[in-house]
Design a protein around this ligand. Structure first.
Ligand SMILES: Nc1ncnc2c1ncn2[C@@H]1O[C@H](COP(=O)(O)OP(=O)(O)O)[C@@H](O)[C@H]1O
Length: 180
């Protein structure tokens, strides 16, 4: 395991999870509570800067240009204080992150969240996402990509859980000390 960079004064945090588990909402509340942190929603960055090579009609998503995404993020990561919000965990270098939060949502809750959130979400994509959540695909990916002690699995079914998760992440930020 390579240890995280020691030069950061603020931690970098990766929030991952199946679409709809609450990554963006959680990250937004964390930044409200810790304004020195910056939220980077990778999906939005991909759309805004066209960091993709086209549209995959079968999977109904952009084909990511991974090298350009990494190049775009790299400089900001060195300074620390970044909350990266993305559905997958294995794209980024391990050294970038001090904490990896994996949000989990009960499948029936996730199903209705995805159904109400996106009118244009196809039934196929909705089912695929709920199945991925049941199979804990992202959790396994995070555990394979990062040291066990920095991966934190948090349930995100209710607003109470959301609030508790935000507080837990804020406590981590407040307690963070750069390695000597
Ligand atoms: N813990 C939670 N409890 C209830 N609703 C939530 C929770 N987390 C997120 N939501 C709601 O679920 C929807 C999806 O959340 P969002 O943050 O966009 O997910 P993601 O970024 O993972 O795709 C939003 O309408 C949000 O308000």
């Amino acid at each position: 395991m390579s240890s995280p960079s020691s030069s950061r004064k603020l931690p970098n945090i990766l929030i991952v999870g199946t679409p709809g588990t609450g990554k963006s909402t959680t990250a937004q509340y964390v930044v409200q509570g810790a304004p020195s942190m910056r939220h980077v929603e990778v999906g939005a960055l991909v759309r805004e800067k066209q960091l993709h090579t086209g549209w995959d009609a079968e999977y109904e998503c952009h084909v990511l240009d991974e090298d350009r995404i990494l190049d775009e993020l790299e400089e900001g990561m060195e300074a620390g204080g970044v909350i990266v919000d993305f559905h997958g965990a294995d794209l980024f270098p391990e050294r970038w992150f001090d904490l990896v939060v994996v949000l989990r949502t009960d499948n029936s809750v996730l199903y209705s969240r995805l159904q109400s959130r996106r009118a244009n979400y196809s039934q196929k994509k909705l089912t695929e996402n709920v199945e991925a959540e049941i199979m804990q695909v992202i959790l396994d990916e995070a555990r394979e990509s990062y040291a066990e002690e920095i991966v934190l699995e948090l349930s995100s079914d209710t607003l109470e859980a959301l609030e508790a998760n935000v507080q837990r992440i804020l406590q981590f930020i407040a307690a963070f000390k750069p390695a000597a």
